[in-house]
Design a protein around this ligand. Structure first.
Ligand code: ZN
Length: 295
């Protein structure tokens, strides 16, 4: 009698466990967001990101390249951004996707993509709403989202952004780029208090960008040789080249992909960089994890 009661209890607990984990996986697969209680769904989340990138453990002495893809957002140039991220896998390159958090939830395609591919890239924060586009007559940006923002407002914006992005990446967001690369002193402090470890902006800091695929002053795409030359200078200086890219660099005026520009500039750049066996594509997270240029 006692043994059959034990058998029944055992069977019920097995059935309940199966229901619990199956539901967790299904929920993680079909929902746009994970819930705050990540422990319940952690199995589902990890299962559904298939890794395509193999970053070497030892980065010392390598020519490190960070591909910084700005302006990843709901709808605008979204298909180009997704293609750039996926095509980079062939070159063992994890892209650092700089995502604009506001309104991201309206576009389920980008939400599902980032969630499914989070283990092949770094999801980073590109401001909160990318508002403010003032350009003065010297062509210098001002009144951008973070240019003179106070501590409280900056912290609020960064915090809201983290709440949207962290459930997609399943881990803390540690990298931040202010829109137009401009950030106030108070916003830097706010970012640090929100556990941001890397701020990549304009300037000469090690995490700032060293090379760009588009020249906004001259309004022209930058030839691959120029991108590579800027990187060679950066390698000599600090062993790291951060390349700033935008999906719109390879877009037609109607926001569709310009296949020729994409092949001749983007894919050609990746191919040239990957040919150098000392080049390793990394993310800012990799640098922090490996204690290379820790801030
Ligand atoms: Zn931007």
């Amino acid at each position: 009698m006692l043994s059959s009661i034990i058998k029944i209890i055992f069977s019920i607990s097995i059935i309940l466990s199966v229901i619990y984990f199956t539901w967790g996986n299904l929920f993680a697969l079909f929902s746009g967001y994970l819930t705050e209680d990540r422990s319940v769904f952690s199995i589902g989340r990890d299962q559904f990101c298939i890794s395509h990138i193999n970053t070497p453990a030892n980065l010392r002495g390598k020519k490190l390249v960070i591909l910084r893809l700005d302006d990843v957002q709901a709808y605008a140039w979204r298909d180009i951004s997704m293609r750039m991220i996926q095509d980079a896998y062939r070159f063992n390159a994890p892209i650092v996707a700089w995502v604009i958090p506001k309104n991201l939830g309206e576009d389920l395609t980008i939400i599902k993509f980032l969630k499914r591919e989070h283990c092949n890239m770094e999801i980073a924060m590109h401001g909160w709403d990318h508002s403010g586009t003032g350009v003065n007559n010297l062509q210098i940006y001002y009144k951008t989202e973070f240019w003179d923002v106070n501590y409280k407002e900056a912290r609020n914006r960064i915090h809201m952004g983290k709440e949207i992005l962290e459930p997609l990446s399943g881990k803390p967001i540690i990298s931040f780029i202010p829109p137009f690369n401009i950030v106030s002193t108070e916003a830097v402090k706010a970012a640090k208090d929100e556990w941001i470890e890397v701020i990549s902006s304009i300037g000469t800091g090690v995490h700032d960008y060293h090379s760009t695929t588009y020249n906004f002053d001259k309004k022209r795409i930058v030839p691959v040789t120029e991108v590579l030359n800027s990187c060679e200078n950066a390698f000599i200086k600090n062993g790291l080249c951060v390349i700033m890219m935008h999906p719109q660099d390879y877009a037609n005026s109607d926001k569709t992909l310009d296949e020729n520009a994409y092949r001749d500039y983007y894919l050609a750049m990746l191919e040239s960089l990957a040919k150098d066996e000392n080049v390793v594509f990394v993310t800012f997270e990799n640098l922090i994890e490996n204690r290379v240029y820790g801030s």
